[in-house]
Design a protein around this ligand. Structure first.
Ligand SMILES: *Cc1c(COP(=O)(O)O)cnc(C)c1O
Length: 229
């Protein structure tokens, strides 16, 4: 039987996604990170039941939203610039990387213009690297108790997101995920209704789940390595 190279690629997406899904606990949601990947690859995952996809570039996200089935839930997982919120506000279902109050205000404003409410996760800086975006623990708490925050009617903070240090040191990663889980639990007991703890990528999602993750963002383990040109 004739099998093109592309069909082999496709078959491996199906196999990868079914394999990963079969290992996830019931309370853990899989975000299939499709950045840089073509619509055909996304549709293959879609055809085995995947409905949540994550992208990290606004233009790519809006183009894929326009051309793919409308029952896909699109998550913005990357760093989001304030001036680009308007492009995704009509349809985005979760913004993972909210890292400033200014950004939150803009999301609120654009959500209101679209007569909707947008779910957001606050990104918390847990890694050692200086370059990763995010709030520290005190800033998260300050934000959630502030009156300015309470006046935002068109956003909903549904959880936290974090990225561990890029390292082979499992203890280091575990320590960072655990610190985020502890903050999540602390907020939970102080009356903030958080449901989602987004942590874990291809290299560390099993560890993240052990540490309490409820949402994993997996790209290359599903779609293969990304080629950047
Ligand atoms: C690219 C990306 C991922 C997925 O990374 P993989 O290692 O390919 O699974 C997860 N989260 C964020 C924020 C990303 O930018």
């Amino acid at each position: 039987m004739f099998t093109s190279k592309y069909n082999l690629l496709i078959m491996s997406i199906t196999r990868n996604i079914l394999q990963i899904k079969s290992t996830l606990p019931q309370n853990v949601t899989l975000v299939a990170v499709s950045k840089t990947k073509p619509n055909e690859a996304i549709l293959e995952a879609y055809n085995v039941g995947q409905r949540i996809f994550g992208e990290n570039k606004v233009q790519e996200l809006t183009e894929k939203y326009d051309s793919l089935p409308k029952d896909i839930e699109w998550h913005m997982i990357g760093h989001l610039q304030t001036n680009k919120v308007k492009y995704i506000a009509p349809f985005v279902s979760l913004i993972h990387g909210v890292d400033s109050f200014k950004l939150l205000q803009e999301i609120n404003k654009r959500a209101a213009q679209n007569n909707r409410s947008i779910n957001c996760l606050l990104q918390v800086h847990i890694a050692e690297e200086e370059t990763k975006f995010g709030f520290n623990e005190a800033e998260v708490i300050d934000l959630l108790v502030s009156t300015e925050f309470k006046s935002l009617q068109n956003i909903s903070i549904v959880g936290l997101m974090g990225m561990a240090t890029f390292t082979d040191d499992e203890n280091q990663i575990r320590k960072e995920f655990t610190s985020l889980k502890q903050l999540f639990d602390k907020l939970q007991t102080s009356n903030f209704k958080l449901q989602t703890l987004s942590m874990g990528m291809s290299g560390d999602y099993q560890l993240a789940i052990e540490c309490g993750s409820t949402m994993v963002r997996v790209g290359s383990s599903i779609f293969g390595n990304r080629n950047y040109h």
